[in-house]
Design a binder for this molecule. Structure first.
Ligand code: FDP
Length: 329
């Protein structure tokens, strides 16, 4: 018999005394939104919703029509749930908050969901994989929203992503392993594909935007040369999709390393800490890999702003250990 995502969550929650069903109710909002998004993406060319809307988002990036749709789908599917205190999106400058009780004994206003509704926007129009990334935080008892959000990534209660590719795949963790599900269109449900996924200890791909290499700090160039010259005992090949979710998914399955170091254009890194690096770092660690930023573990960074950027490197144990050595950590 199949196991659906909802059933899996319920099984994981069994035995947790505080589990009230609220969490699986919350996740049902995320899965519904991602089903709406994948349906829209599949028909995008026919429905004429490719392209930019002629407006920039808080990051100063061109908003695509599908970015806007994906954001609205998540706001719609999650905003009505009374367990949600706030929604923090890449597309919105400020958190969307709901005036709900923060009483820790009640189920209302208990969670904050941070998300990148459609990651890899520059790939949307060319039919290359894109994804949705989410991170779930608990609102601090009687805490303000900002204070609850600006906490290190190791406080996440769950994280995951959906990659919209040849099939629609959902990967998530609640801190108890990494599990993946494939959307079965015939029944409209995410069905368990693999439990307790583990990243290979070493891979044979590196993934980075090499066009930026000339402006990286020297140690990263040295590291790339180490991989290219066979210094880790393997011949490496490069794979860079430019959709973070897709590059992460490949690294999870095949191992290797992804690097987005500081560049002269983006000295503080390009990728966003709260809704890109933190959830993916949580998944990487749960799968036996690791993830670092400018000064160490991603999950230990205390965020200063909701749209903060960070250098971001993640991957298999062997490649990450060698990177730490080259960076002198
Ligand atoms: P995009 O600019 O297409 O939205 O953070 C967004 C992101 O894509 C990631 O998905 C991707 O990994 C990265 O930026 C690609 O950046 P570069 O084009 O600078 O390589």
């Amino acid at each position: 018999m199949i196991t659906t995502f909802q059933q899996h969550i319920q099984e994981q929650q069994q035995g947790i005394s505080e589990a009230s069903g609220t969490f699986s109710y919350l996740l049902a909002g995320i899965t519904l939104a991602t089903k709406m998004i994948q349906a829209k993406i599949r028909l995008a060319a026919i429905d004429n919703i490719y392209g930019a809307i002629g407006q920039t988002n808080v990051q100063g990036e061109q908003q695509q029509k599908l970015d806007v749709y994906a954001n609205e789908a998540l706001l719609h599917c999650l905003g009505l749930k009374d367990c949600v205190a706030a929604l923090v999106s890449e597309e919105d400058e400020e958190p969307v908050t709901f005036n709900r009780s923060s009483d820790p004994d009640k189920a209302t206003g208990k969670y904050i969901i941070v998300f990148d509704p459609l990651d890899g926007s520059s790939n949307i129009d060319v039919n290359v994989n894109v994804g949705t990334i989410f991170s779930i935080l608990k609102r601090l008892p009687r805490g303000d929203i900002q204070g609850s959000v600006l906490r290190p990534g190791h406080t996440q209660v769950a994280a995951g992503y959906v990659v919209y590719g040849p099939s629609t795949v959902l990967v998530y963790t609640v801190g108890n392993g990494v599990h993946s599900f494939t959307l079965d269109h015939t029944i409209g449900a995410y069905v368990l594909a693999e439990e307790n996924m583990k990243m290979p200890e070493q891979g044979s791909y590196y993934s980075t935007n090499e066009a930026n290499a000339a402006t990286w700090p020297a140690a990263y160039r040295e590291y790339l040369e180490l991989l290219r010259s066979g210094g880790l005992g393997r011949e490496y090949s490069s794979r860079y999709i430019g959709s973070l979710v897709a590059d992460f998914h490949r690294t999870l399955l095949k191992g290797g390393i992804f690097l987005y170091p500081p560049t002269s254009k983006q000295p503080k890194g390009k990728l966003r800490l709260l809704y890109e690096a933190n959830p993916l770092a949580f998944l990487a660690e749960q799968a036996g890999g690791s993830a670092i930023g400018a000064d160490g573990r991603i999950l230990d960074i205390v965020p200063e702003g909701i749209h903060q950027r960070t250098p971001f490197m993640f991957g298999s144990q062997r490649e990450m250990a060698a990177l730490a050595e080259v960076l002198g950590r």
